[in-house]
Every structure is written in structure tokens, then in C-alpha cells.
Ligand binder design. Structure first.
Ligand SMILES: [Zn+2]
Length: 233
């Protein structure tokens, strides 16, 4: 069935067509911007009388998203929308949706409405997620400060493993009375008196490192170190 168009009392006929722009020459009558090549566009086709041939008719083009559904198309079979049947399924369903939304609706408006507006609960949830992130970061920063723990785990990097070995060797050297300096910051008591490390402090570090789940040989080495160190005390 050919489209008949909306015949007015004055005998003029307005019909509509939809297509993918064959060129980039048309401008949208709503937003006045160029309609890009291949993008979906709609024309309002106006003929002063039935006698005017369609290709001589006045075409007023719109971006599909800018075009507002005319009342006429809500009242007639979709086939009256010239070009509709040639569209792909995706475009067809978009056209159906916007027409169903009623006269005066546009695809642009529909998309605007569809933008997710966050509820207060969702905003609150976002805040909690952010707070957790902040807390995690804080904990990470704190664990960076726990130098001894990181050094003794040996799980971080090769360099920290090396560092851990060096720390232990330093300790042994100290035990032998060759070194005076305690280099392991974490084992320093809060009073900062060198070498005044209590058995309790050592136990605590060992317990902490056990929690971190060291490889067995590292753990043994550490325990031996703790024993030696305690004995030295
Ligand atoms: Zn436009």
C-alpha cells in the first residue's frame, strides 16, 4: 500500500519518510546541524496538491533523534511511514517505540528519560563503597609502615627478600658483637633504645609473620632467628 499522506482541508498533503542519509547535504530543521551521511533521518514531505509529484515535494529533514512524532503517524498503519519497511530490525523497533510514545515524542527525549537517575539509596551505597576504598587505602598505607613484617614475609619482591636476608645477617653479626647498630626498625622498641628488644616483642613479630603464612623454610629460619635472638638477650 502506497502512502497516502495526511490530506488537509486545503488539499495539501503531508507525508513522512525515513531513511539513512545518502549524503551529508541535509541539515536538521530542529537543531540546524548537518545530518551525517548514513545516519537515520526523517523527512516531512509536503505537497501543495495531489498533483505535485513526490520528488518535487518539499522535504524538511530531521535527525531521527530530533524528529517529533506527528499525530498523523500515530493514527495510521506503520506502512504509511515511507521507508519504514526497508529499515533493519533495530531501527524498526526504535521507530515503533517512539511512535508508541505518542504524538510529540522524540527519540532524543526517550533517551534522555532513560538515563539512569540515581536514587538516594544508590548514592548512599556509592558513598559506602568509597569509604571502604578509603579504609582499604589507609590500611595499605599502614602496612607499608610495618617494615619488619614486610621484610620478613619475603613475599613482596626479590629485593625485599634480599633485604630480609641482609637484616638477619646483620642480626647475626650483631650477636657476634661485630656490629652495634640495630638496623631493623620494626624491632626497635617505642623508647628507641637500641638493642632493648624484649622477648615479647620478638614473639609478637613471629606471631604476626605466622599469620601472613610464610613458606615453611622461611618460617623455620625466622623461628631460629627468634630463638638465637632470645638466647642472645
Ligand atoms: Zn537535529
Amino acid at each position: 500500500m502506497a502512502d497516502q499522506g495526511n490530506t488537509k482541508l486545503d488539499g495539501s498533503i503531508t507525508s513522512y519518510c525515513i531513511e539513512h542519509a545518502a549524503t551529508q547535504k541535509s541539515k536538521c530543521a530542529a537543531c540546524e546541524r548537518v545530518i551525517p551521511h548514513k545516519s537515520l533521518r526523517v523527512a516531512e514531505v509536503y505537497r501543495r496538491t495531489k498533483k505535485v509529484k513526490k520528488d518535487k515535494a518539499r522535504h524538511t529533514w530531521f535527525h531521527f533523534k530530533c524528529w517529533k512524532v506527528p499525530d498523523y503517524l500515530t493514527r495510521v498503519p506503520i506502512e504509511q511511514f515511507r521507508g519504514y519497511l526497508a529499515l533493519n530490525d533495530k531501527d524498526k523497533s526504535r521507530v515503533q517505540r517512539v511512535i508508541k510514545s505518542g504524538a510529540g515524542s522524540s527519540w532524543g527525549q526517550l533517551m534522555e528519560k532513560q538515563k539512569p537517575v540515581k536514587t538516594e539509596e544508590e548514592l548512599e551505597a556509592d558513598k559506602e563503597v568509597q569509604a571502604k576504598k578509603d579504609q582499604k587505602k589507609k590500611e595499605d598505607d599502614e602496612s607499608m609502615d610495618m617494615d619488619m613484617t614486610e621484610v620478613l614475609t619475603g613475599t613482596q619482591t626479590k629485593s625485599s627478600k634480599k633485604k630480609a636476608k641482609k637484616e638477619i645477617e646483620d642480626k647475626k653479626a650483631e650477636k657476634a658483637g661485630k656490629a652495634e647498630k640495630v638496623t631493623t626498625e620494626a624491632l626497635k622498641p617505642k623508647t628507641d633504645k637500641k638493642a632493648k628488644v624484649t622477648k615479647k616483642a620478638v614473639k609478637e613479630v613471629v606471631a604476626k609473620v605466622k599469620e601472613i603464612k610464610l613458606p615453611k623454610e622461611d618460617l623455620l629460619e625466622l623461628e631460629n632467628f627468634a630463638k638465637e635472638f632470645s638466647a642472645f638477650k
